[in-house]
Ligand binder design. Structure first.
Ligand SMILES: *[C@@H]1O[C@H](CO)[C@@H](O)[C@H](O)[C@H]1NC(C)=O
Length: 312
């Protein structure tokens, strides 16, 4: 039989320990990775050595490692984000909020979570090499990465087809500056989280994004995978037609792409998503990692010290 102990002391001890708990952290892996891939597990361990006692959750779409990797290529992103919202809401440790780190496409997917759900709420959102303004080319694949190559070929074959927009993940953030009308009419993910369609702008998205404490946007200086790499800073490109000459001095119209910075985007200037509000409050942080796409090296550590694991 159990004896009832006076429980005053244990409770006060517990609350003392609780008060020192660092804020939990949620990770969303990138394309080609999975929630429990060795690199993700190592990253979680390194974070725990920086913030002892921190609770870290790595988002999964499938419990099985290979299927989870596959879900990075194939699936409906809107449904995936909803699935993740349910997953996060069911984790008791996250109840009072958390910081979040999104790697590559995981970054814009976490932003979608913030805008649409944010329950429990995100405090700081840190994104590494993410495609916030989409990509104008489909990320290239490693030579032996057949799953990636097949998905890439399928995307290139008909990126704006209804099928691709429902089933191929990268198609759902493909934003071709030479074909914007088609993008506006067929894309159901990036157009939505960027509030690009005037009739379906959602003020909840704006309010939720502006409720972040900090939005930390990291670009990889030598990124050749994300085109343009400035998408990680909400940059994009516009196409202008340019008169140029071929070798035999024939005049042709050539497409020239000119970069558009975050501050030049209508999305920013008219503040469709709360980004301008955040920025004018001083809460958008721009950072650079020196390497190629997702070549994080030790670039994460100072960021994790500053923007993760704060007091609950
Ligand atoms: C706006 O987004 C919220 C959160 O996702 C949703 O509950 C709501 O139905 C949306 N409003 C409209 C008008 O679509």
């Amino acid at each position: 039989m159990f004896k009832a102990f006076p429980c005053l002391l244990p409770i006060s001890l517990l609350s003392l320990v609780w008060a020192q708990q660092p804020r939990p952290l949620v990770l969303w892996h990138g394309l080609g990775d999975s929630a429990n891939a060795p690199g993700m597990l190592r990253f979680a361990e390194e974070i725990k050595s920086v913030h002892p006692g921190i609770f870290v959750h790595s988002i999964y779409l499938e419990e099985d490692l290979d299927k989870d990797r596959q879900a990075g290529f194939y699936g409906n992103v809107n449904e995936q984000v909803q699935f993740v919202a349910e997953q996060l809401a069911a984790i008791p440790e996250l109840e009072t909020g958390f910081d979040a780190i999104g790697f590559s496409q995981g970054g814009q997917f976490l932003r979608a979570y913030v805008e649409r759900y944010n329950s429990p709420p995100v405090n700081n959102l840190i994104t590494f090499g993410s495609q916030h303004m989409g990509v104008s080319d489909i990320p290239t694949c490693g030579p032996r990465d057949f799953m990636c190559q097949i998905a890439r070929r399928a995307v290139k074959a008909g990126v704006y087809s209804a099928w691709a927009q429902e089933h191929l993940v990268t198609a759902q953030y493909f934003r071709d500056p030479a074909n914007l009308e088609l993008y506006y009419s067929s894309n159901k993910f990036l157009t939505s989280i960027n509030n690009e369609i005037p009739e379906s702008r959602n003020e909840t998205y704006t309010r939720n994004l502006a409720s972040l404490n900090k939005l930390v946007l990291i670009m990889f200086a030598k990124d050749k995978t994300v085109v343009p790499k400035e998408s990680s800073w909400f940059g994009s490109e516009v196409v202008v037609e340019d008169l140029s000459f071929t070798n035999d001095r024939q005049r042709v119209l050539a497409d020239t792409r000119i970069p558009v910075s975050m501050h030049e985007q209508p999305l920013y200037q008219e503040d469709w998503i709360g980004l301008r509000e955040l920025d004018e409050r001083g809460d958008v942080v721009f950072g650079v990692c020196e390497g190629a796409h997702m070549d994080i090296g030790d670039c994460w550590e100072a960021l994790v010290i500053e923007y993760a694991g704060g007091d609950l």
